[in-house]
Design a protein around this ligand. Structure first.
Ligand code: GRG
Length: 295
């Protein structure tokens, strides 16, 4: 349903426009490192799939898909910084600050945030939905209930898990689904619950894998929730109930699909995508914390 190779080519073209060859060389190299090669590109896939199901061409929705991915990459760069996770590994490679130093990593994240909005402004120039798209992305990034809030909840003594998860992860998935609809000229609001459920499942799977998978499998450090004393679905529910919730969310997300011309195709695509993404988290592998306790 989604041609990810077309997305990668469009992203590479945008990179050349947004960070031109006369930009400071270390910054340009850092931005390239943060964006290419990517991870699973889940959020832009969602933008493009929803847009297509609502009747848009991939080109109609490409600026939104790129903007979402640039914002996501920015959040990963900042999340890995020494003042937050202090992670050395991301996508199986050194993190941006590990490779280029902290000052460049901060600027790289900053540049990617600005680039995300530039991409929307450039790609949607002259289209009716530009203002709404910018507000939607700003809310997903922002200090109220977006990425910035999600990170800031980690600095609070007792964050509420659902609120923290939604801001840190869910809202960007909501924005992806909503922007896909908006790019097709459809009303974005009915698409939010689907994005929200998908994002909630995605974060629960991430929490489970943080406790059960290896650094080699994930290409990033594991055991982060415990070492940073962060709230996690596994701590709150236990591993088995977290898996049961993930399984339930996978089914619920599909029920939340709003009516649209390509609903059946989108339904099968999403079912397949979620099964693939959540499969490893749903396998009954032991909690590393239990293993270390009984060792
Ligand atoms: C960018 C405005 C802005 C603020 C940054 C640091 C921060 C504020 C927020 C942290 C948000 C964050 C990194 C949440 C984790 C979400 C998560 C599970 C990410 C992993 O996503 P994947 O697996 O990554 O899709 P890939 O590597 O596949 O792209």
């Amino acid at each position: 349903m989604v041609r990810i190779d077309a997305f990668e080519s469009a992203l590479a073209r945008s990179f050349r426009r947004l960070v031109p060859s006369d930009a400071p060389p270390r910054l340009r190299a850092a931005v390239r490192h943060a964006v290419f090669p990517g991870g699973a590109r889940v959020r832009p896939r969602l933008v493009l799939a929803v847009a297509q199901a609502c009747g848009a061409t991939p080109e109609d929705a490409m600026p939104a898909a790129i903007a979402i991915e640039l914002l996501h990459c920015a959040s990963l760069v900042h999340d890995d910084l020494p003042c937050f996770d202090d992670a050395q590994l991301r996508r199986g490679r050194p993190t941006v600050h590990a490779r280029f130093g902290e000052p460049i990593a901060v600027l790289c994240g900053d540049g990617l945030i600005v680039a995300a909005f530039d991409e929307l402004a450039h790609g949607f120039a002259g289209r009716d939905m530009l203002g709404r798209a910018v507000s939607l992305l700003a809310a997903a990034a922002g200090a109220g209930a977006g990425l910035v809030a999600g990170q800031a909840w980690e600095e609070e003594p007792q964050p509420v898990l659902d609120r923290y998860h939604r801001a840190k992860t869910g809202v960007l998935f909501e924005a992806a689904a909503a922007l896909g609809a908006l790019a097709a000229g459809a009303e974005p609001r009915p698409w939010r619950p689907l994005g929200s459920a998908f994002g909630e499942g995605f974060q629960i799977a991430d929490d489970i894998l943080d406790r059960t998978a290896s650094e080699f499998e994930l290409g990033k450090p594991v055991g982060q929730d415990v070492s940073h004393a962060r709230p996690s679905a596994v701590d709150e529910l236990g591993l088995e109930r977290a898996r049961a919730r993930l399984d339930a969310i996978r089914s619920r997300a599909l029920v939340l699909l709003p009516p649209c011309p390509g609903r059946d195709e989108l339904h099968s695509w999403l079912a397949q995508l979620m099964s693939g993404l959540f499969a490893r988290a749903l396998v009954r592998t032991p909690d590393r914390m239990d293993a270390s306790l009984s060792a």
